[in-house]
Design a protein around this ligand. Structure first.
Ligand SMILES: *Cc1c(COP(=O)(O)O)cnc(C)c1O
Length: 369
C-alpha cells in the first residue's frame, strides 16, 4: 500500500470541473488583474472567518510583509516570535528591517509559550508575530493580554490554521492583522501561490488594499511604499470553488486525527500532540514526538508511507540569522522538538485502510526494537 502526505488526485477529482468552469470565465473576460473572482473570494473569506476585511495578496509570505508594513514596523524595531515555525515567519521580520526576537514554545502544543514572552520585551519591542502551528491556535487570551499591557501589535501568522478557533473566535481575526497562505499544500491550497490578510480595522484594511499595489491610490499617486502583491484572478477562481469544500475537509482531518489518537495512544515510545482546552485545531499536520525519530522516518518511508519533519533546524540556528548570535541551548524545547517530531499523513481523503497501515507500521517499528 502507498500512503502519500497529500493526495491531490483525490482532493481535486470531485471539484476539478467546477474549477475549470470558473477559470474559463477569467479566460473569457481577460480580467487577470484583480478581476471579479478576487472580490468574490475575499467576500466569501470574510464570511468564512467572520471578519470585517479580507485582503488577497500574492503569497502567505507577502501577507506577513504587508501586515508588518501596515503596522509601521521597520528598522530598529524588535518583533517577538517563535523559533519553531516555517522560515517565512521570521524571514519577513528581517526583510522589513526589524529584528526577530525568539521565545521558546511549549513542549506538546508546539506553540509559543506566553509565560516566556514578557521576559523578551524591551523598549524596542513593537509587535508579536504569533504562529498557529500545524493548525492549532496559540494561546491568544494570554498573548492579547500581554500585548495590551505593553502596547504591542499582534500579527497572527495563520498560514497553517485557516478556520481554526480559540475560545470560539476564528484564528487570524483576534490580533491586529491575521495572515493566510494558500500555498498548494495548505488546507486551502491554490494552484500556485496566493495569500491573504484579515483584519477588523477599517483603517488597516484601507492601508493593506493600497500596500498590495505599491501603496497607490489613486493610480500613480503613492501614499506609502508597498509591494506588487495582488491575488491573481486565476488563483482566486480556483480558491473560491475550493473554499466551498473547506469545512468538510477540516471535519475529515479532525476525524482522521481522532482515529490516530484512539489507535496510537498506547505506544509508550511516542507522544501525541496536545490540543489546548480552548483551542479547536484543523490539523494541517498531525505531528507526534517519537523516540528514534530518524529511524522511524526511514522505516515508514521504506513502507511507502509519506511522512515529514517540520522543522529540522530551528530558526535561531539558521545561517542567515547568525548575526543574532544565538547558540545551541538558547531555546531547548524547540531544539528538542526539531530532533523528535514527525508528521504523518492526516489529509482529508485518507482512507481507514491507509490509516490502519500507518498505525500498523508504527507499532511494528517499535515492537522490533
Ligand atoms: C506556508 C507558511 C508561510 C508562507 O506562506 P507562502 O504562501 O508559502 O509564502 C508562512 N508561515 C507559515 C507558518 C507557513 O506555514
Amino acid at each position: 500500500m502507498k500512503v502519500p502526505m497529500l493526495d491531490f488526485n483525490a482532493q481535486y477529482e470531485p471539484i476539478m470541473d467546477d474549477i475549470k468552469a470558473e477559470m474559463e470565465k477569467v479566460f473569457t473576460s481577460h480580467a487577470y488583474k484583480l478581476g471579479p473572482q478576487v472580490k468574490e473570494f475575499e467576500e466569501d473569506m470574510q464570511k468564512y472567518c467572520d471578519v470585517k476585511h479580507a485582503i488577497g495578496c500574492a503569497s502567505g509570505t507577502d501577507a506577513i510583509i504587508l501586515a508588518l508594513i501596515a503596522l509601521d514596523i521597520s528598522d530598529g524595531d524588535e518583533v517577538i516570535t517563535t523559533p519553531f515555525t516555517f522560515f517565512a515567519t521570521a524571514g519577513t521580520i528581517h526583510r522589513v528591517g526589524a529584528k526577530p526576537v525568539f521565545v521558546d514554545v511549549k513542549p506538546y502544543t508546539y506553540n509559543i509559550d506566553p509565560d516566556k514572552i514578557e521576559a523578551a520585551i524591551t523598549p524596542k519591542t513593537k509587535a508579536i508575530v504569533v504562529v498557529h502551528l500545524f493548525g492549532q491556535p496559540a494561546e491568544m487570551d494570554k498573548i492579547m493580554e500581554i500585548a495590551r499591557k505593553h502596547n504591542l501589535k499582534v500579527i497572527e501568522d495563520n498560514a497553517q490554521g485557516i478556520g481554526a478557533k480559540f475560545e470560539g473566535k476564528t484564528a487570524g481575526t483576534i490580533g491586529d492583522i491575521g495572515t493566510l497562505s494558500f500555498f498548494p499544500s495548505k488546507n486551502l491550497g491554490a494552484m500556485g501561490d496566493a495569500g491573504m490578510c484579515l483584519t477588523n480595522s477599517d483603517e488597516l484594511a484601507d492601508k493593506l488594499f493600497m500596500l498590495r499595489v505599491h501603496g497607490e491610490n489613486p493610480q500613480y499617486y503613492h501614499k506609502w511604499v508597498g509591494l506588487n502583491s495582488r491575488l491573481d484572478t486565476i488563483q482566486a477562481a480556483a480558491l473560491l470553488i475550493k473554499l466551498r469544500s473547506l469545512t468538510g475537509w477540516s471535519e475529515a482531518r479532525r476525524k482522521n486525527a481522532e482515529y490516530y489518537y484512539k489507535n496510537l495512544k498506547d505506544i509508550s515510545h511516542i507522544k501525541l500532540p496536545v490540543i489546548h482546552e480552548k483551542a479547536e485545531t484543523i490539523f494541517n499536520q498531525f505531528t507526534l514526538i517519537a523516540e528514534n525519530r530518524d529511524e522511524l522516518l526511514n522505516y515508514l518511508r521504506s513502507k511507502d508511507i509519506g511522512c515529514a519533519v517540520y522543522y529540522p533546524l530551528p530558526l535561531h540556528l539558521q545561517e542567515c540569522f547568525s548575526y543574532l548570535n544565538h547558540k545551541k541551548g538558547d531555546f531547548p524545547i524547540t531544539e528538542e522538538l526539531t530532533e523528535k517530531v514527525i508528521s504523518i499523513p492526516v489529509f482529508s481523503e485518507i482512507t481507514k485502510e491507509q490509516q490502519d497501515y500507518v498505525i500498523g507500521n508504527i507499532k511494528e517499528f517499535y515492537t522490533q526494537r
